[in-house]
Design a protein around this ligand. Structure first.
Ligand code: SF4
Length: 222
């Protein structure tokens, strides 16, 4: 089985509750969405075909022996939109089979029912400001694992904040999942967002993309 791979790299996880942990990233090529703020347009088309075994071998070389516990070696499948690629669930199963902790970064636009339960799903609920808010599959909430999976909102402006707050409250998603609110780099003032979360007593986690703070917004492969 072959996959078009944009890049495989070993870096620091920049987002989510595992931010700061070393992580091997497999970025697949291709995405049917076109979010206005997309920072991985280079992954829409460019890449090279690799066999499943070759991908797993590259990750294994980066991460070494699997271990359990909070410092367990960690791999993430990302894109583009990985679930738009046929065979992505097989790749996730392959990564799990190596014994690593495995996460998937997805836009929630494709059916999560195909994803193994043990995979930590970081699901980006696209907001109206992204321009792709209508791509959301509401049934995906039923396939997310409470206490394990994460719901992420990338906010373009204050209207996105109000919309996301109402969406979460209507479904009480914060009772089941870790909910992450982050500002679009260079668009929404991080201080405004942090203060709004505190003022509104929202049970969400503020986050900023660590890798952009370390290496800058334009750097790829980090
Ligand atoms: S889903 Fe991700 S990769 Fe695709 S356009 Fe949106 S931000 Fe870019």
């Amino acid at each position: 089985m072959k996959f078009k791979v944009n890049e495989i790299f070993h870096s620091i996880q920049g987002e989510g509750t595992r931010a700061g942990r070393p992580c091997a990233f497999v970025r697949l090529t291709g995405c049917p969405l076109r979010c206005g703020y997309c920072d991985t347009e280079y992954a829409f088309y460019d890449g090279q075909f690799m066999e499943l075994g070759e991908i797993l071998g590259t990750v294994q070389t980066m991460l070494g022996e699997p271990r359990k516990g909070p410092g367990a070696p960690f791999a993430e499948l990302t894109g583009g939109e990985p679930l738009a690629i046929p065979g992505a669930p097989d790749l996730l199963r392959g990564l799990l089979g190596l014994g690593y902790e495995v996460a998937l970064e997805t836009a929630g636009s494709h059916d999560l029912a195909t994803v193994p339960r043990e995979v930590i799903k970081i699901v980006d609920r696209k907001t109206p400001g992204s321009g792709e808010g209508d791509r959301w599959l509401e049934t995906n909430l039923d396939h997310m694992v409470p206490g394990q999976d994460e719901l992420k909102f990338v906010l373009v402006d204050e209207a996105d904040y109000a919309w996301s707050k109402a969406w979460c409250a209507e479904r009480e998603v914060w009772d089941r999942f870790e909910v992450l609110f982050s500002p679009v780099h260079g668009k929404l003032d991080p201080a405004w967002l942090a203060e709004a979360i505190v003022k509104d007593r929202l049970p969400v986690r503020f986050q900023m993309q660590l890798h952009k703070m370390i290496w800058g917004a334009e750097q790829t492969g980090v």
